[in-house]
Structure formats: C-alpha cells, structure tokens
Design a protein around this ligand. Sequence first.
Ligand SMILES: Cc1cc2nc3c(=O)[nH]c(=O)nc-3n(C[C@H](O)[C@H](O)[C@H](O)COP(=O)(O)O)c2cc1C
Length: 396
Amino acid sequence: MRLFTSAGFLAAVAFAAEPFLNEADTGLVDYLLGTNYTEGTLPLLKDMRAVLDFDYAARQFLDNQKYSFYRTAAGGEWSYRNNLDVWKKVMLRPRHLHDVSKLNETLPVTFLGYNFSAPVFIAPAARGAYANPERAELNFVDAAAKENILYTAALYASKTIEELAAQKHNDTMNGPQVLFQQIYTNANFSVTWDAMKRAEETGAKAFVWTIDAPGDSTRHRAARYDTTNANGATSALTWDLYDEIKSRTSLPVIPKGIVTVEDAVMAVSKGAPAIYLSNHGGRQLEYSPSPLEIAYEIHRNAPQVFQQVEVMADSGVRYGTDVLKLLALGVKMVGLGRPFMYANCYGTEGVEKLIQILKTEIVHDGAQAGVTDLKKVPRSLINARPLEANVFLMDQ
Ligand SMILES: Cc1cc2nc3c(=O)[nH]c(=O)nc-3n(C[C@H](O)[C@H](O)[C@H](O)COP(=O)(O)O)c2cc1C
C-alpha cells in the first residue's frame, strides 16, 4: 500500500527521544529487501515470524480504505499507542532454577466451564470480508477449531450468525467447538433481541455485551474514507439494560469494555459470570486506559474481583510477554483484535499461524521467566511499581 517512512516520520525519529513505532522492527522489512518481494503485495506466510509482521503484511496488501478501518483508533490515537507502549513500563522478574519442563502442559485453560488449548482468543471484530472477501470470518471459525481456542463472533461480522454457526467443527480436541457471540444494543433493540435468539438457537455458549459504545467515536483515520463505526449516535446503555439482556437468555452475558474498578465491582454485584477488560483497541474513547492499567487498578482496589468472576482482557496485546503480564494480575483469557484481522489476509492458514506464534511465545517466555504453571502465574512475576505512580485509588 505505501512505505512506512515519510518526511514526518523521519523528523519524529530525529527529534523525539523515543518515537512511537506502530510496527516494531522485527527485521521483516530488511529481510524482504533481500528477496523477490514486491512492495504492495502480500509477503509469503512463511516470512511471518511475529504478531506485528501481520500488520506490515496487511498494510501492504489492503487498500487504504480497508486498512484504515482495521487500523483506526479514536482521537489522536494516544490510547491506541498507549495500548502498545504500556507493556514496557512493567519489567518481568524472572526466577531461575525452577523446573519449567512441563510448562507446555499448563497452557490449556477453562473459561466458563469450557476447555481451550490456550489462554488467548480471537476478539470480536466487524467486517472480516475486508481482508478476505470470500470466507471472511469463516477463517476465524476454522482456525480457532484447529487450534482449539475461543472465537467470539462480532454482531457486525461479514458472515451471518447462521453461516458462522454452520462452520463450527464438532471434532475439536475438546469436542464440539465453542463460540461466544458479541452483541451491541445501540441500534433498534429488536435487532439485538433477534440476534440473541438466532445465536442461542445456533448454539452460541455466551454473549459478550459491548458496553463501551454509548455514542459514536471520533475516528479520523477511518472517517477520511467514510468508513465509520457501526454504532448508533447515542444510546441508553445502563445496568438496567444489562438486567433486561440477562432476562432474555439463559446464557452467560459478559460485559465487554470495563475500564474502571467501579464498573468491575458493579458488574460483579450485578451477577456477571465474567468481565471483559478492554478499551476496544483504543477505538472508542481517547484516553481510556490499557488492559494492563485496568487490571492493575482492579488489583490495587478490589483484588477479590479476580476470584469472584473470570476475567478476560484485550487491547494492544502483541507478544507472549504481554499475555504473561496480564495473567500475573489475574486475567484468565487474553484477546487480540487487529492482528487476527490482518492475519486473515492469508486466510485460515494465516490465522492459524498467528495463534501458533502466540502459543509458542507464551510457553517460551513463560519458561524463560521461571513460570512453572501458566494457570498460576505469580503476581511477583512483574514489577508493577511504575504503574503505581498513576494508579487510581478509591480511598484517596
Ligand atoms: C476492525 C475492528 C473491528 C472491531 N469491531 C468490534 C465489534 O464489532 N464489536 C466489539 O465489541 N469490538 C470490536 N472491536 C474491538 C475488538 O473486539 C477488541 O476490543 C480490540 O480490537 C482489541 O485491541 P487490539 O486490536 O489492539 O488487539 C473491533 C476491533 C477492530 C480492530
């Protein structure tokens, strides 16, 4: 699509102490220069070695409008940047001489009673057809089944609820495939109730209710191409509505978009079976915190939340160490959005490869850090003191 370097970028490199790098230097660009690779085309899948390699590949392959919809974030994109940058504030505290030889066996996780092969999942994201016009999110269903991880389908997926359900595999390592269904309640409620009915009838196992979209978001990068978000202008999202949604289904309803300890505690008091920490990949509200900061705020103010409910989180996760840091704070399942959308440019194989990269990094990095059980990553694995400087404390 275009070269990443520009005069502005070079100036930023020259003057900023630490310029923001949207795509960390994994060596991919230098490597491709020495091959037959033609800029603006999709690099070979074999050359994808890191999660962020898929960003580069998608930026080359997709047209501006489609790439911008995937990549866009709110306002000046500081939350988006913070999601990617925040991890470096928190160093690991690796313990040596711990027997990590069986770490691999501890990768599987149980969430809401369902078994998965790893604590990572495909977050709900709309318009999979941009990357893969024909199969769109069917590739997520297939890859999630093959790798036995969770896929949470988006209400505004390119494929219908029925098409995604029909693609489910009955023969995963843990039996019939489990899908969760994301819902919005911004449009006409009857659309949501209908979607819930259809998802329940086709076997979804839980609903993920997105609560961080009460209004349209300010997304300049996408608005430029008239590719705005799918939410209504403003809508009455309330905890009473949560009660109503719950009353309409026997399935668990997980609020997605919790960014404060108050809302986490509220969700628990409302009987949520699980909560989903997320700032929507920085796409909704500029200056909303990253999952690491949210998890830390909850950990400091109401650590019991992590015992009371199961916690999932996403936004800015790109490395195995990012996953480990969230697990150390008590998060159980960690999601990725954009990387899966980008990997879908390669179809099912690309999505599978991304999952494999993540699994491998989690186990390798966990072993390096002396973690002996990924289900019990100790809080002491991370030095979170730098987060202390800005953490919100309820009693102050
Ligand atoms: C292209 C795109 C579309 C998205 N669509 C939805 C959606 O329809 N519903 C929703 O709850 N979240 C949506 N999200 C947010 C993701 O579920 C997730 O919170 C976010 O992508 C995580 O951040 P990451 O992209 O940095 O991994 C979308 C994200 C992207 C990138």
